[in-house]
Design a protein around this ligand. Structure first.
Ligand code: ACO
Length: 324
């Protein structure tokens, strides 16, 4: 049986840091409100002209280096993003070009904040069926491009960044299981405004702006309930107990959602990787960014059992249980 294993992680954050105090100058908000309600203290924002593939490239190179691989060895590229550079080519193809890779399949996965868990799930299946042996899986976002900077309900939450992993065929078990789900009937609670309002009129088509809109309180309740359910289901299906998890690496949307999931699993917060304070909500990038942070600072070690989960627009949600 072929197993799939994460063999390297990498990440990249744009240089520009925006603090809560900076946001106080833009909208009617306060550092204390943002900290108390979300746990966010600062976030990184891409420079003008710095697009999602520009963040994905250094993250991908760092993951390849950590795995001891060169770009030519990659035989599958999946980029999870909601903020592609362009409608097409896909960000995965643009990343492929930047890495100088020619030939293997490259495609984007769009599942908003659950995007990385979806992409990991797809790569896991490619590897386990023998269709690929060395996959590059990236979560990368420039959400600042679709944030309405005059809407205090959302602009304080979202941010930019990229994280990547290399997933390889292995004799040793790595990814134990992935579970992914969606329910489109909640589309109105977390969505973007329609960029081209049902028209083919060339003049109106020119306005391609789309902003994030969220009914935060309702999304919050759904996220807490759904994540609590999925982590239970995943552990039960794997025949494992939460005591066996060394690290929870959750999607970083809100510290209160993260704490609720940890409580549900009976895990203390010192076994939970938290980056929401420094990174904000980077959607598909948040899980691989958090994973890379904890691998590089030495908390996550080879052999550790990791549970990761995410919830996002769609709604989409999912989890991955793995031995690092
Ligand atoms: N600064 C100051 N006050 C604010 C701000 C702000 N930035 N934003 C909202 N408020 C006000 C509201 O106007 C409201 O005022 P009112 O009572 O006078 O009407 C009050 O604060 C409370 O607003 P709520 O929305 O009820 O606040 P809540 O405690 O729910 O926190 C938050 C809001 C942080 C957005 C929370 O609901 C949340 O985290 N939701 C889930 C986000 C999430 O997980 N999204 C999914 C992933 S993202 C993705 O997929 C793209």
């Amino acid at each position: 049986m072929i197993h799939s294993r994460i063999t390297g992680t990498g990440s990249y954050l744009p240089e520009r840091v925006m603090t809560n105090r900076d946001l106080e100058q833009i909208v009617d908000t306060s550092d204390s409100w943002i900290r108390e309600r979300t746990g966010i203290e600062q976030r990184h924002i891409a420079a003008d002209g710095q697009l999602t593939s520009d963040l994905a490239e250094p993250a991908a190179r760092r993951a390849l280096e950590a795995a001891g691989r060169v770009p030519e060895e990659v035989d599958l590229i999946i980029v999870a993003t909601t903020t592609p550079d362009r409608t097409f080519p896909s960000t995965a193809c643009l990343l492929q070009q930047k890495l100088g890779i020619h030939g293997p399949p490259a495609f984007d996965v769009q599942a908003v904040c659950t995007g990385f868990v979806y992409a990991l799930s797809v790569a896991d299946k490619f590897i386990k069926t023998g269709a690929a042996r060395c996959a590059l899986v990236v979560g990368a976002e420039t959400l600042s491009r679709i944030v309405n900077w005059s809407d205090r309900n959302t602009c304080v939450l979202f941010a930019d960044g990229a994280g990547a992993v290399v997933v390889e065929a292995s004799d040793e078990p790595g990814i134990i299981r992935t579970d992914i789900h969606a329910d489109g009937s909640y589309e109105s609670l977390l969505t973007t405004t329609k960029p081209n309002p049902e028209t083919t009129d060339p003049e109106r088509l020119a306005d391609g702006t789309a902003f994030i809109e969220m009914r935060g309180n309702e999304v919050f309740r759904m996220a807490v309930n759904t994540l609590g359910r999925i982590v239970d289901q995943t552990m039960e299906a794997a025949g494992m107990s939460p005591d066996e998890i060394d690290w929870l690496v959750p999607h970083q949307a809100n510290i209160r959602i993260i704490q609720a999931t940890a409580r549900k699993l009976g895990m203390s917060m010192d076994r939970v990787v938290v980056t929401v304070d420094r990174h904000g909500n980077t959607s598909a990038a948040s899980v691989p960014l958090a994973l890379d942070a904890a691998v590089r600072d030495g908390r996550i070690k080879r052999g550790d059992v990791i549970l990761t989960e995410a919830f996002g627009g769609g709604f989409t949600w999912g989890s991955a249980l793995l031995r690092y």
